[in-house]
Design a protein around this ligand. Structure first.
Ligand code: MG
Length: 274
């Protein structure tokens, strides 16, 4: 294994641990999704994004838009791993006066570019930002992490057409395909496959990878960063609860219940697996 991959696997491990720590503080959190997307965030924040940890508003920073506000716990863990927020601040997660509310809020948290939670709007914002950056001659890239549930939203596809129409090769969409959304398994809510064919039909350079395979993620992100002439999408198949076997096997639920005593068990299980 290369040094690059080994270093990123360690980052993903810390992101999972930080998310479990925050979940234990509040006794709740969208931990299944956070564990599932940790590898994607590790590669984004420690390998791909051009950021300055001590200057979150640096004009040439790459923008990372989290449209899925309930994944905030995962993004805070990644921001801590990237040095944008202090690891010690994670203890305040979800408490009054904290900069780390349970749903992502742009005005609260350094590095949180948009407020999420009303789903399906991230890609539209990304399109506008990317047009503006190009107009200004700013080399920054715009990333939008969206969920497979957001693929149901018409606005997502309107934005996909706009990005393609304007040839926005400074946009990268990342779709977390965990097979689950608030109303249940995605296959039972609305059929969205075949995803690669759909994005291609909308004019995107589309790649699909195992979203829990760091090496595959690095290759996919690298390819999209080099691609020119059209926007790119990295479709990431992830596993809810990844890294904690008893959570991976738990019956899938959008809001996975974790009993008070299980947080410590989950942390131990994560260390055993590492
Ligand atoms: Mg989902």
């Amino acid at each position: 294994m290369s040094e690059r991959i080994r270093r990123l696997e360690e980052s993903a491990h810390r992101i999972r641990r930080y998310a479990l720590d925050m979940g234990e503080v509040q006794g709740q959190g969208y931990i299944g999704q956070a564990l599932g997307v940790a590898d994607v965030l590790a590669v984004a924040y420690r390998d791909q994004l051009n950021l300055r940890a001590d200057d979150p508003e640096w004009p040439e920073r790459d923008r990372f838009l989290l449209s899925i506000g309930h994944y905030a716990i995962a993004l805070y863990a990644a921001l801590a791993e990237a040095g944008v927020v202090e690891v010690s601040e994670l203890e305040t997660y979800g408490s009054d006066e904290s900069r780390l509310p349970m749903s992502g809020m742009a005005s609260y948290t350094p590095g949180m570019e948009i407020s999420g939670g009303s789903l399906g709007h991230g890609l539209g914002v990304a399109a506008g930002m990317a047009l503006g950056l190009r107009h200004q001659g700013n080399p920054a890239r715009v990333y939008n992490l969206l969920s497979d549930g957001e693929i149901d939203e018409g606005a997502t596809w309107e934005a996909a057409m706009a990005c393609s129409h304007h040839g926005l090769d400074n946009v990268t969409a990342i779709v977390d395909v965990n097979g689950l959304q608030a109303d249940g398994p995605t296959t039972g809510v609305l059929r969205t496959e075949p995803l690669v064919d759909k994005w291609k039909a909308f004019g995107w350079h589309a790649i699909r990878v195992d979203g829990n395979d760091i090496g595959a993620l690095v290759d996919g992100f690298d390819e999209l960063r080099e691609h020119r002439g059209s926007p790119g999408v990295l479709i990431c198949d992830t596993r809810v609860g990844r890294g904690v076997p008893f959570l991976e096997e738990r019956e899938k639920a959008h809001f996975m219940p974790v009993a008070e005593h299980e947080w410590a068990q989950a942390r131990e299980a994560l260390e055993v697996r590492a």
